[in-house]
Design a protein around this ligand. Structure first.
Ligand SMILES: [Zn+2]
Length: 334
């Protein structure tokens, strides 16, 4: 992630799924004198909370997948990640891959990158997007020890915690959402390719936004909203509202922070952070998917060798996963 306060614009789009929803409002039951047909889907009563301990165990599993830019086994790790998303639901999702090349703005070194776009229930009438980056930083320029700054970081929080929350949330949503609601999980590559003073962040989401602009992956703009996670597992974290998110999708930010207050979810604080952040939510919003960012702005181990598993807590992961579950399940409650 990169600190800045760009000016945002808002989006208003009416897509196929919106039109279908409006049409649906005019369809009503005409079965006078007939017994109603039994529903093919039993009422969904599962309201199990998000499991923070499972998310922490998932983070421990994922930190072993080499995802740092330039790692030799990286391609294999990305396929392993795709398999984990494929196995998260009974009905397998459709997985699309966007291949691109990223460039280190400081050295001009080029890296092959892959975004994973995982569509659960791809034929659903309505949908939304959940996203995070899966690449981990090859440098640690914030490390207090200059000798450590050229080594890759573990990235337990930055590059892994968001992924773990999404992997654990997918099966929960699959059980708790009505069958006509679909969702796309996007695991972005190349978020960490930026350098302070040079830019270059969010290579994956910028490339996806560009592709959406040319009609490729154009179906994604039908998504009703997007939520991006980045650094959401730090022990004792604070999650203030992110200014760009508030500008792009104020209703969503207020709804998430409001329900977090109602349910006393730890970490969410009812103030706006002083600094806007450039993260994957901005290219997504620019592409037409109004998206917000959940992030611990002030994670003390950001871009240092100390961003390791022991700095995370199941309570923090649970808080974020549960906020998402509550918002999404309630929004689409029949
Ligand atoms: Zn980062």
């Amino acid at each position: 992630m990169y600190y800045c306060v760009p000016l945002r614009r808002t989006h208003s789009r009416v897509g196929f799924r919106d039109s279908a929803r409006r049409f649906g409002a005019f369809v009503f039951w005409l079965g006078l004198g007939c017994a109603p047909a039994p529903s093919t889907h039993p009422p969904n009563t599962d309201r199990t909370a998000f499991d923070g301990e499972a998310a922490l165990a998932r983070t421990a599993q994922l930190v072993n997948l080499p995802r740092t830019l330039g790692a030799p086994a990286r391609g294999q790790a990305i396929e392993e990640l795709a398999n984990l998303f494929a196995q998260a639901t009974k009905e397998p999702p459709t997985i699309r891959r966007q291949q691109l090349t990223g460039t280190d703005p400081k050295t001009n070194e080029r890296y092959p990158l892959t975004n994973l776009i995982v569509d659960y229930r791809p034929h659903a009438r309505r949908s939304f997007v959940l996203a995070t980056h899966f690449d981990t930083r090859p440098w640690a320029e914030q490390d207090p020890d200059p000798a450590q700054r050229l080594r890759p970081i573990e990235g337990a929080n930055d590059g892994t915690s968001g992924l773990a929350v999404l992997l654990e949330l997918v099966p929960v949503l699959d059980r708790q959402l009505p069958p006509d609601i679909g969702f796309t999980v996007i695991a972005f590559d190349g978020e960490e390719l930026g350098r302070p003073g040079y830019g270059g962040y969010c290579a994956g989401s910028l490339a996806l936004g560009k592709a959406i602009g040319t009609g490729q992956f154009g179906d994604l703009v039908e998504a009703e909203f997007g939520i991006v996670l980045d650094m959401v597992g730090g022990r004792g974290q604070t999650l203030p509202m992110e200014p760009n998110s508030l500008q792009t999708h104020p209703e969503l930010v207020k709804a998430l922070w409001g329900l977090a207050a109602d349910h006393k979810l730890p970490g969410f604080v009812g103030r706006v952070h002083r600094t806007g952040i450039y993260d994957d939510h901005i290219p997504l919003s620019d592409a037409g998917i109004p998206s917000v960012l959940l992030i611990d702005h002030d994670y003390p181990h950001w871009h240092t060798q100390a961003d390791t598993l022991d700095k995370l807590s199941d309570e923090s992961l649970a808080s974020v996963g549960e906020a998402l579950r509550l918002y999404i399940v309630d929004r689409y409650a029949p």
